[in-house]
Design a protein around this ligand. Sequence first.
Ligand code: FDA
Length: 494
Amino acid sequence: DHGAHVPVLIIGTGYGGSVAALRLAQAGVPVHMVEMGQSWTTPGSDGKIFANTRTPDHRSYWLRTRTKQPISNFLGFPLDKDVPRYTGILDAEEFSGITVYQGRGVGGGSLVNGGMAVTPRRERFGAVLPSVDADEMYDVYYPRANAGLGVNQIDRAWFDTTDCYQYARVGRKHAERSGFDFVYVPNVYDFGYMKAEDLGNVPRSALDAEILYGNNHGKKSLQQTYLAKAAATGRVTISPLHRVTSVTPASGGYTVAMEQLDTSGNVTSTKTITAGKVFFAAGSVGTSKLLVKLKATGALPNLNNEVGKGWGDNGNVMCGRANHMWDPTGSLQSSIPTVGIDNWDDGGAFAEVAPLPTGIETYASFYLSITNTPHRAQFTWNGSKVDLNWQRSWKQTSIDMAKSIFDKINRKEGTIYRTDLFGAYKIWGDHLTYHPLGGAVLGKATDNHGRLHGHPGLYAIDGSLIPGNTTVNPFVTITALAERNIDKIITTDF
Ligand code: FDA
């Protein structure tokens, strides 16, 4: 409520925010969470909470009047369509050089992501977070994160036989024939549930093309894991459809200003409360935008000059390959990716074999690559909003790294790239990222545990801490780092 005082306020309910909320509440600290998206608990007129990827509707996009689908075209036809403006689940946030996809709602990115739960190879961790003790991460915090997230592995025998992973087996065959390391990737989607979908015993979700706009069944998002446990403590409250706009020093802590939104995105009221301590967990982009604005406008003048720096796209780039007619990828495709091609050490790319769950045979293999790009961008305040100086041309480095895998496979198989998925005659999806990272980098904008320099009692605890790349999909690392940092913060700051 307006005028209230809370001991701890957390901005955002994604991975970092949910870890902080649970661990603080378990330590006896009452926590209030503020989330600009909605609480996804009420079914729509179709009886479902979340829309399907084949039929996006108003629920699918955050305050847009037209969809912006990551795969924008198919066989020459543009796929996007008009939708009513609504506080939908997926934000396609546009900066001049890049579109950054993010989840909106209680649970953050866990609502929309592919659930791929990947712990980086230990020997690569030093390059990801150089100031963090790797032994401690791999002995304590990665295992804790994996347990907390409910990570599970696919049953290999089932993988080898089920129709819904035909596309992934084609991906495996081609990777192995070209001599690449092929890896099975754990996931937070319940593979036991997926098997039951396959048998026709339960309502379909992964086998009905649900992903990107939410999963109605099977996926363990944060609502089912960290946030459920946090709620069970009785010490955590959440205000959905509230957007934090300002944090300023006040006696005994900070004044936090926020706007309450209706589902069309209109501001219906503004509120201020005071908080003893504030955790920025608004995601890499959300936290960076707030901190850069608050420093530049004088609200938090003592933040240092590292705020806004070190932002990267995890080297994301997408592509499709056109297979021969004797290599069908299947009309039934599980929307949950579970395998990848690891050419990181030789070519700088880790590619997940992604689904194209169109419901028809496409003879296409589709991939999202994570690459070792050196490019980093910076957020700056331009007087009215926060800009990001990412250059579209920087993606060429990532394309070259992804080509270290797919040029070789195409040569071996006698195949070509698809040119119809991102526009007419366009091979590479080089306009986007799913994995924004950085902007309040650990050990630079903060100390080695996420305490923001210059303002005691302010913390960053989300993807903004990680300098631009994790070598694999990022949420397990975001979760494990948050577990590590909150452990320290609870012992020393409370
Ligand atoms: P996260 O973005 O999760 O949460 C931040 C929250 O803060 C959001 O709910 C947001 O609405 C809220 N917020 C922002 N500003 C606010 C403000 N001013 N006031 C109030 N609330 C505010 N990763 C992975 O490891 N495996 C995968 O398979 C995938 N797949 C994938 C697919 C797609 C389509 C996307 C978009 C992303 C992925 N990811 C992924 C990435 C992963 O989801 C992402 O890295 C994490 O969600 C980031 O976690 P954070 O805690 O940093 O923020």
